[in-house]
Design a protein around this ligand. Structure first.
Ligand SMILES: Nc1nc2c(ncn2[C@@H]2O[C@H](COP(=O)(O)OP(=O)(O)OP(=O)(O)O)[C@@H](O)[C@H]2O)c(=O)[nH]1
Ligand SMILES: [Mg+2]
Length: 458
């Protein structure tokens, strides 16, 4: 694995791709990026373009026949998305016409752009930093308005500005420490020492605030996976349908209806909750059902939380206690007593109370919707969501890891007392961890992975 401290030069060849989504649309865009696009522009539209002026153009094939008519815009380097010369051809959004236009671009020398290559070039040409580039992918992928808003904060550079403010504060503090180290024969002035510690405390406060905003963003981005488990016929699929507001799973009075997983993602305050309905767990000789039950256990292993659904009013079955006992210790569990609409008076069995001692207990009816709001609140709680007055940043796992690593180093520094060389070293390591977020020090293979997940044309 090689690390880059200086951004490598982007490749020089010209790339092209369809930038709009596949399928039919009012407008389709082919985007070209490279250098010296004059000749290429001439070949494509038979004339030159004024920079940044939308110009009506006829897109021509090799025989000067019309492929389409549309608008062409030329953005000369460096004032373009990629920092290179960019040509945008806006035609009619039909798949055939877009493919013909793209083929024409290849004929005149363009190569097909890899997924994310335009944004990768923007990064390599220092138009944006790595966190901003990730913000571009995240705003495209956003599944809720809240997630899109948070991604916008990252792509416009607000997240990076916060990271840079922290690295600048660390640089200032390092300079202060280095000045003290330069005169080793002198004792450190206790006032100096207090000043260093107080500055470090301030930095740690900033770090904690940034981590808080980023963790909330990660929740908005990734959400939590919740499995619905329990004995057959307790109403798991009905509850999934009730939460999803749609008939996603088959519901029947026959025990053993659900065989395979049924998935549905719901958004609660913009947080995606990935629900998985599973096959009811019981001892069975049915081969298909056995496989379904094995899949239930595998879904439990990968989940962040579980709803153990039981039928309200009935003593807890040995089977249900056994399921509860087999659940991983770190799994968040709520015992959901379903079908409360069938109860005349509220009845909670003794065994149920025993069961509830280790898990949250909720009473609901998948049929009437009673208790479902409390269940939604619990789901948001297990996702770790807290309404926040400060803006949230749509952070990724690697950002959170870098922020945690930086916090670990500043925490070590805080515990060091007067060992200034070690103190300075911890600050340096904290700074290095933070720099990986914006891409100043990022392994090349990580760059490949980040940009490889983009869509083509971005
Ligand atoms: N009255 C009432 N009936 C319910 C409720 N929830 C589910 N049911 C009924 O219970 C039966 C079983 O519901 P399902 O949702 O298929 O149960 P399941 O747990 O998914 O069952 P399996 O897939 O077989 O494991 C159906 O007849 C539902 O209509 C509820 O809250 N109240
Ligand atoms: Mg079911």
């Amino acid at each position: 694995m090689t690390s880059q401290s200086l951004t490598p030069s982007p490749p020089r060849h010209t790339i092209a791709a369809i930038a709009t989504a596949p399928g039919r649309g009012g407008i389709g865009v082919v985007r070209v990026s490279g250098f010296e696009l004059m000749a290429l522009t001439h070949a494509l539209i038979g004339k030159s373009l004024k920079p940044r002026v939308a110009t009506l153009a006829t897109f021509l094939d090799t025989d000067r026949e019309t492929i389409d008519q549309g608008v062409a815009i030329y953005f000369p380097a460096p004032h373009s998305y990629t920092g290179e010369d960019v040509l945008e051809l806006q035609g009619h959004g039909g798949p055939v016409v877009m493919q013909s236009l793209l083929r024409r671009c290849f004929e005149v020398g363009c190569k097909i752009a890899r997924p994310g290559e335009f944004t990768e070039r923007a990064f390599l040409n220092s138009k944006i930093d790595l966190a901003q580039a990730e913000g571009v992918a995240d705003i495209i992928e956003a599944t809720s308005a809240a997630a899109a808003k948070s991604a916008a904060r990252t792509l416009t550079g607000e997240f990076s500005a916060n990271v840079h403010a922290l690295t600048r504060a660390l640089t200032d503090l390092r300079m202060h420490v280095e000045a003290c180290i330069d005169f080793p024969e002198e004792e450190i002035d206790p006032a100096d020492h207090r000043a260093l510690q107080s500055k470090l405390k301030e930095i740690r406060g900033l770090q904690a605030a940034l981590a808080r905003r980023s963790k909330l963003g990660a929740i908005l981005r990734d959400g939590v996976t919740v499995v619905l488990i329990g004995a057959p016929n307790v109403g798991k699929s009905s509850l999934l349908n009730c939460l999803a507001g749609d008939e996603v799973a088959i519901v029947t009075p026959i025990a053993g209806t659900t065989r395979d997983h049924v998935r549905a993602t719901i958004l609660l305050e913009g947080v995606p909750i990935h629900l998985i309905d599973t096959a009811g767990i019981r001892v069975t000789d049915d081969e298909v059902e056995k496989i379904g039950i094995a899949r239930t256990w595998s879904a439990i292993e990968h989940a962040g939380a579980a709803l153990l659904i039981t039928e309200a009013g009935y003593a807890t079955a040995a089977n249900e206690l056994e399921i509860l006992g087999r659940l991983p210790n770190d799994l968040m569990v709520a015992v959901v007593h379903n079908k409360i609409d069938l109860l005349g008076s509220q009845y909670v069995s003794r065994e149920t109370r025993v069961m509830e001692s280790s898990a949250r207990s909720l009473q609901v009816s998948a049929v009437t919707g009673e208790g479902i709001d409390a269940l939604r609140r619990w789901l948001l709680e297990v996702a770790g969501w807290l309404p926040s007055a400060e803006g949230v940043f749509l952070a990724r796992e690697r950002h959170l890891l870098a922020l945690d690593e930086a916090a670990a180093h500043t925490s070590k520094a805080a515990a060091l007392g007067e060992q200034l060389e070690l103190f300075a070293e911890e600050l340096r390591l904290a700074q290095l961890a933070l720099s990986s977020i914006t891409g100043e020090f990022t392994p090349d293979d990580l760059l490949g992975e980040i940009f490889g997940r983009f869509c083509v044309g971005k």
